[in-house]
Design a protein around this ligand. Structure first.
Ligand code: ATR
Length: 279
């Protein structure tokens, strides 16, 4: 029997997940379907849609905005990544239980290390923003052996609080948080990741050019928008290599697929299909 999977979000019409998982299923010969479900804006709509999908025999779901926190709350069991992120982006329904994971951070790490070929061990990483996207990236980034992570945010106290909260979980990786204006006094970073939603309002986070080491990777979690304001800022800073978040999207999907199906798909075909040139 064909196993059913879905992505749930609101809005959901433009989700690339059905395309990505369709390519993975084809390439690995898995008998599965993958649909998009709109969780709606009503109170309890997400929980009802989840319960209905599960009752109809659904095997697993990807969860996207704005339901990632509620997905974690709905789970019976969650991985450390999901608990520390305070959010889940993948669910598996297993013998009556709902299991939760968060693959966003590992997707980011795999994109940087495997697709872009930059080993993070020993690197200085600057994360811009102190919301859910940053929170989800911290543990997987620290696990790479990165030497130091600095969180910089428009509201400095949020960055400081997040750094303080997560520090005990990040092993040998040093972590610090503060405002953008504190960056000018710091040595440059090997990787600068934009995890803010500033692009949505056509803005770039106020990072000084001195934050980018020569040959640094400037990574925008936003994807498919070409040169975002952040990537333009990084380009103007000179010497930075630019990447958007399409690889993160594809790699987190591959992680979920492997968790559900026990087969790791090759991601190249999906990356080729979805990559939009950064011009
Ligand atoms: P997400 O879950 O996607 O991370 P979020 O929790 O709403 O979303 O967080 C959005 C992040 O983008 C925050 O760090 C926010 O900064 P504040 O904490 O100061 O609000 C950041 N952000 C949003 N618009 C921004 C802008 N125009 N410039 C800089 N940072 C911005």
């Amino acid at each position: 029997m064909t196993d059913r999977y879905a992505v749930i979000g609101h809005p959901i019409a433009h989700s690339k997940s059905p395309l990505i998982h369709g390519l993975f299923a084809q390439a690995t010969a898995q008998d599965m379907s993958y649909e998009a479900i709109d969780g709606g804006a009503d109170e309890g709509g997400f929980e009802r849609a989840l319960a209905a999908f599960r009752a109809a025999g659904g095997k697993g779901m990807n969860v996207t905005l704005p339901f990632k926190r509620r997905a974690l709350a709905a789970a019976d069991e969650a991985s450390e990544d999901a608990r520390l992120a305070g959010a889940a982006n993948a669910l598996r329904f297993d013998r009556g239980r709902t299991l939760a994971r968060n693959f966003d951070g590992i997707g980011l790490v795999r994109d940087i290390e495997v697709n872009l070929g930059l080993a993070l061990t020993g690197c200085r990483v600057l994360l811009l923003g102190a919301g859910g996207a940053t929170r989800g990236a911290l543990l997987p980034l620290a696990r790479t052996g990165a030497a130091r992570i600095v969180i910089a945010n428009r509201t400095p106290a949020k960055a400081r609080d997040l750094a303080r909260e997560l520090a005990p979980h990040l092993g040998d990786c040093a972590i610090d948080g503060g405002g953008f204006d504190e960056l000018a006094a710091q040595p440059p970073f090997d990787v600068v990741i934009n995890a803010t939603s500033a692009s949505l309002s056509g803005e770039a986070p106020a990072v000084p050019a001195s934050a980018f080491a020569s040959g640094a990777l400037a990574y925008d979690m936003m994807y498919g928008k070409g040169l975002t304001p952040f990537l333009t800022l990084a380009q103007d800073a000179g010497g930075a290599r630019l990447a958007d978040g399409v690889g993160m999207l594809v790699e987190q999907a591959a992680e979920a697929f492997a968790w559900w199906r026990g087969v790791r798909p090759d991601t190249r075909a999906a990356l080729d299909r979805l990559t939009v040139p950064l011009v």
